[in-house]
Design a protein around this ligand. Structure first.
Ligand code: TYD
Length: 196
């Protein structure tokens, strides 16, 4: 049986995470791997509550952090660990690096956020961090969704991007997400197949 693995795809809104996560899933599946493609916030009870606050108004940073941690704990126990244990490659579209960047950009300490996650969340074999200029990210989101939600204002994304830029972890591979989709995909594949 193949060894299970965990891949996180990260970056600010508009960096191309969801497209790249899907392409990666398809490519690994075509190579014969069992692939589980999933995302955070999840579609569970807590994840839905988080999405609701994106429309209706943000919670204070500490409360928001607690919700993301609760959502992730459930995700890790119910889906991520069992899938890895049976040999699947789990691809997660956003993981705790997003918590460091987004809740960190609201004044919480990113290093402390990472530490609280490491207490229960498995460290990915590789984190694909897609980079993009925040203004270009916002432009992509606008042309996709028509409107910005409360999580996606430019000044917030600039702060978020600078926390992502400052993250130092051995599992992080930075890939320029501003390029054509197929070029980005090729780099994502080589970063991931190296660790599988
Ligand atoms: P996003 O991936 O944009 O989901 P969707 O496209 O389905 O709405 O995630 C929603 C927002 O949640 C996004 O702006 C980033 C934010 N977020 C955090 O603030 N902290 C976290 O830990 C995670 C996982 C996401």
């Amino acid at each position: 049986m193949a060894r299970g693995a965990l891949v996180a795809v990260e970056g600010i809104d508009g960096a191309g995470k969801t497209t790249q996560a899907r392409m990666l899933a398809d490519a690994l599946h075509a190579l014969g791997r069992e692939v589980v493609l999933t995302k955070e916030p999840t579609d569970g009870f807590v994840g839905r509550r988080i999405r609701e606050t994106a429309r209706t108004g943000r919670l204070p940073p500490e409360e928001e952090l607690d919700l993301f941690l609760e959502d992730r704990k459930e995700h890790v126990e119910l889906l991520i660990r069992p899938a890895m244990a049976r040999g699947a490659v789990v691809i997660v579209d956003r993981y705790f690096y997003s918590t460091a960047a987004y809740q960190g950009s609201r004044g919480l300490d990113p290093a402390d956020i990472v530490m609280r996650n490491l207490a229960f969340a498995p460290v990915p074999d590789v984190v694909v961090l897609l980079t993009i200029d925040p203004a270009d990210g916002v432009a992509r989101v606008r042309s996709r969704d028509g409107v910005e939600n409360h999580f996606e204002r430019l000044d917030d994304l600039v702060r978020c991007a600078s926390v992502f830029d400052a993250l130092v972890r051995p599992e992080i591979v930075r890939i320029d997400g501003a390029r054509p989709i197929e070029l980005v995909h090729a780099d994502v594949m080589s970063a991931v197949t190296r660790v599988l």
